[in-house]
Design a protein around this ligand. Sequence first.
Ligand code: ADP
Ligand code: MG
Length: 516
Amino acid sequence: MGDSIYANYPPPLTPAQKQYLVTTIKDWATQNGLLVRPAPTFVPKETDPSGVLATNAPVTLFPSPFPKSCFDEAKALQTVYNQLYAAITCNEEWVGKIMEDLIDVDDFISHLWKVHLSVKKEGYAQSLSLGLYRSDYMAHTPSTAEKASLKQVEFNTISSSFGGLSSLVTALHTDLLNSPPGNPIAYPSHPLFDSNVPPENTAVETLSAGLAAAHNAYGPSKATPSLPTCILFLVQENERNTFDQLALLRQLTKFHKIPVFRLLSSEILDHTSIPSSNPSRPLIYSPPHSPDSKFEVTTAYLRCFYAPTDYKSERDWEARTHLERSAAIKCPTVLNQLVGSKIVQQVLAETDGPDHLSSFLSGTDSNTIARVRETFAPQYDLSSSGRGREIALNLNTAMNHVLKPQREGGGNNIYKEAIPDFLRSIPESEWKRWILMELIKPPSEAKNVALRSDGEVLGGGVIGELGVYGTILWDQADGKTLHNEQGGWLMRTKAKDVNEGGVATGFSSLDSILLY
Ligand code: ADP
Ligand code: MG
């Protein structure tokens, strides 16, 4: 089918059809909890002082076509990727060498590394480590004549979000394709719609099962007297993506029967404690709404602490250290968070020098390792001897690249023609904070229409980014894996002329896929 798929996709809508579809989606979103809290630019605090309002998450009106071969490959490689990032985290010496270079130029990385070292010095009270990961890709299609190949944009080891809402977008598009059975009335007809629905999306089940596996592996209470156990979600102030987190929370409480609480990262030190007399260092949580009841936290799931802005003062760093030294299983540990840095992905992708990928995946067959390697786009450091500098400083070659710092959460990269001037504007000593990556080229003809959270409807050329979720629980002491699963996915779609991605940052919309 190839590029012909995009030639007349999505099918054009008359104004009346568009209005019907948009209204149907808005109502579906509210009825089913496909929601976000509104941005203050849309609903100012004065309009909604008690914060009761929610609006639809940004969603595409249509699912986006995605090559089946790329989707299958991303799913097939996820447990290998899980294993890879656990293995890297187990090699603290290797990680330390990479961080060494960054520490004098990157305050944030340096601070995280110090937290790790201070807890290591005291001795970690918990050797189990939980990863809830999302590997992000694009279907690289440099020319319409070539078959698309799967290329990784980045690998996330902390706060991998949108599993909850992504499952709902899959359900929304499936309902629209199916209503009523065999005779879609929301969409005009299109060959791609014929007996085709998005693939199953088990993001909520998979991510919750990962958290439940950690909870169960924690074992009995370490407190005296013993306490009931719980999972604690640590969250950001002014979080707008609450309902995404609540989807996991509900699955854990209803299906796994595990008590779950959400706590602001700024309140960790107010409501949790580690009894100084107990060498096991259990993390005790007293819910503010029920100060007399106490729970022991088996698993601390971080939906915060990934960006420098999450650490407003020294107290926040204290809170992070407090969690890290506790017996709770961290998702993720500081070390595992650092392993998600862009520089690790760049080092893995290096084609000259030691074959780190094969070393970390030593138990894996060479064919599978080669398939993982195939997903890497060319990436370079900016050391004085490397090719990276040459490419980045030359406008012609910079045009085909993106410059990334060691940050998460979107809005941090420098793109294409802005790269040479940007580098020249900062001291050369700081260049090593950045890595240079070749741009992945998704199909150039892809189009879709998005309904934004403020009700605006925008159509045009788009770029899609597929994320695949995976969870792994391992013992950092001996490297043994206790749980390793993949399941669930996320499609995010942004306007073609926008460089940045990210739904929370307002660049992308949630989407689903139809395989071809
Ligand atoms: P972050 O941690 O901020 O999410 P990413 O590496 O995901 O960092 O980059 C942000 C966005 O920039 C991505 O969602 C994608 O849209 C775009 N991007 C990043 N790397 C590439 C690349 N190599 N090719 C094309 N687009 C990219
Ligand atoms: Mg990203």
